[in-house]
Design a protein around this ligand. Structure first.
Ligand SMILES: Cc1cc2nc3c(=O)[nH]c(=O)nc-3n(C[C@H](O)[C@H](O)[C@H](O)COP(=O)(O)O)c2cc1C
Length: 199
């Protein structure tokens, strides 16, 4: 069986964002593994307007071309790591918008989080887990939180990810779980669906 495909979704787009740095580190960590393949999905590549469709694409195909490309990208993946910043105790607006722009493409797939910020984006990650349940994902307990002085040192270039062994340990534990869930749920998605309840 092919390795499950995991999207590392960079959840911020502003010009001076930090978000790409942990995403690239995680992609490098994941590239050493044989039980999944991981690729960065950058929201900058999907410049979708604030949600402006007649309905969720669960009911009506989206008109916006970037949204349709986004939905196809999400659909092709078997699981996700959301790279989460905390904006006023929740996820960024651009990430919420992107979550809203897809529906069935998220269903029955695992969602892990890498949060960064003074508290490791802990409150934003909790919000995202709630949203993930509504989108019928399986949010994972294991996460990476880049907290406080680690976050500040990385941001200022005073430390590198490779110097922070505890981040590597939590990334490994999270990816272990993600590989298990992505493989299990992909197998389950391939089964006949007669027992399924309506979405
Ligand atoms: C509008 C805004 C709100 C923020 N709110 C919080 C917050 O509630 N908690 C927190 O820890 N950091 C907060 N921050 C700091 C961000 O977490 C930090 O700037 C982070 O680097 C943002 O991610 P980015 O650089 O990828 O955009 C906020 C930043 C912005 C721009």
């Amino acid at each position: 069986m092919d390795r499950p495909r995991i999207g590392i979704i960079v959840g911020t787009t502003r010009e001076t964002r930090f978000g790409m740095a942990p995403a690239q580190w995680l992609e490098r960590v994941a590239s050493e593994r044989t039980d999944l393949s991981a690729e960065i999905v950058d929201l900058r590549d999907f410049p979708m307007p604030f949600f402006d469709e007649p309905a969720s694409n669960l009911h009506t195909p989206s008109r916006d071309p970037a949204a349709r490309r986004w939905q196809a990208t999400i659909d092709a993946l078997d699981g996700y790591v959301f790279v989460v910043a905390e904006y006023n105790h929740s996820i960024s607006g651009v990430l919420k918008n992107a979550l809203d722009y897809a529906s069935h493409e998220w269903h029955r797939k695992p969602a892990a989080c890498l949060g960064y910020g003074s508290l490791g984006a802990a409150r934003a990650v909790e919000h995202l887990r709630g949203i993930a349940v509504e989108l019928q994902m399986a949010p994972l307990r294991h996460a990476v939180h880049i907290i406080g002085s680690d976050y500040r040192q990385l941001k200022r270039g005073e430390a590198t990810f490779d110097q922070l062994d505890h981040l590597r340990s939590s990334a490994d534990a999270m990816l272990d779980q993600l590989a298990w869930w992505a493989t299990a749920l992909r197998t389950a998605r391939e089964q006949p669906r007669e027992a399924e309840t309506a979405a």
